[in-house]
Design a protein around this ligand. Structure first.
Ligand SMILES: *Cc1c(COP(=O)(O)O)cnc(C)c1O
Length: 236
C-alpha cells in the first residue's frame, strides 16, 4: 500500500500514541524520545509534508538518493541522518552533507569521517552500530570490541561520539525483544561509567519501537509506520 501525504496526519497520530504509551509505561517523558523519520525510497514531497507536521530529523540509507532529496528540500533546514551501510570510499559526501551518522562500526570509517568533515561545520555526530546478537548478515561492532572502538572514536577531533545504534533480530516475544535493547543500553551505561558522557540510544523501528523505548531509546528510526510501505526499496 503506497501512502501519500494525505495519510500522514493519521499515521502520525497513531505513532505518537504508540510513543506516548511506551513512554508512560517506562515512566519517561515523551520529550525524551526523538522521532527520526526514515524517508528512504520516499519522494521529496513526503519529506516536505512530514516537515510540515513539525518533524525536523530525517534519515536516509542510500547516499545518492539522500543527496538529491535533501537538495530538493534545502529551504526547510532539516537535520539529516545517514543510517545506511558505510563504505570507506564514500565517506566524503557523508561527512560534508549530514549532521549525524548512525552506522559507524570501524575506526577506519570514523577516521575518514573526521578527516573529511569540513572545517566550517560543527563536528559530525556519530553513533556506533552494535551487532548485539552477533548476526552474520548485519553490520556492527561486537559488544566485546565496543569499548576499544568507542575510546578511539571519542578521541577523533572532528566527530562527536553521541552513543550507540542497533538493529536487533525481530522477536515474536516482547520480553526477548526488550532483551536485545537492554544489552545495548547496558553497554552505553558501561561506557558512561568509564566517563564517556554519551547521550544517545538510536534504537527502535516501526515494529519494535515500544520495546526500545522501554529500554531507554532516545531516538527511534521510523519509516513504514509513518509513510506506509516503501514504493522503491533499492537493496533493502
Ligand atoms: C529502513 C530503516 C529503518 C526504518 O524501518 P521501518 O521498519 O520502515 O520503520 C530504521 N533504521 C534503519 C537502519 C533502516 O535502514
Amino acid at each position: 500500500m503506497l501512502m501519500g501525504p494525505q495519510n500522514l496526519p493519521l499515521r502520525l497520530d497513531e505513532l505518537r500514541d504508540r510513543i506516548a504509551g511506551a513512554a508512560a509505561r517506562a515512566g519517561r517523558s515523551v520529550d525524551s524520545v526523538t522521532l527520526l523519520a526514515v524517508t528512504k525510497g520516499q519522494p521529496a514531497d513526503l519529506v516536505r509534508a512530514a516537515a510540515g507536521t513539525g518533524i525536523r530529523n530525517f534519515g536516509e540509507s542510500y547516499l545518492q538518493e539522500a543527496l538529491e532529496k535533501a537538495a530538493a528540500v534545502s529551504d526547510l533546514e532539516l537535520t539529516w541522518h545517514f543510517i545506511g551501510r558505510l563504505q570507506a570510499n564514500k565517506t566524503r559526501p557523508i561527512a560534508e552533507s549530514f549532521a549525524w551518522v548512525h552506522g559507524v562500526d570501524r575506526l577506519k570509517i570514523a577516521t575518514r569521517l573526521s578527516e573529511q568533515r569540513p572545517y566550517y561545520a560543527p563536528p559530525l555526530n556519530v553513533c556506533l552500530q552494535v551487532n548485539v546478537a552477533g548476526e552474520e548478515s548485519k553490520a556492527g561492532v561486537s559488544l566485546a570490541e565496543l569499548p576499544a572502538l568507542a575510546s578511539s572514536v571519542a578521541a577523533l577531533p572532528r566527530v562527536k561520539l553521541r552513543g550507540l545504534m542497533c538493529i536487533p533480530p525481530e522477536e515474536e516475544d516482547p520480553a526477548r525483544q526488550r532483551g536485545w535493547f537492554a544489552k545495548v543500553r547496558e553497554a552505553l551505561e558501561a561506557l558512561n561509567a568509564s566517563g564517556m558522557g554519551l547521550d544517545t540510544l538510536s534504537m527502535g523501528m516501526s515494529g519494535d519501537l515500544e520495546a526500545a523505548i522501554l529500554e531507554g531509546a532516545t531516538l527511534i528510526r521510523v519509516g513504514t509506520a509513518l509513510f506506509g510501505a516503501r514504493p522503491a526499496n533499492p537493496g533493502g
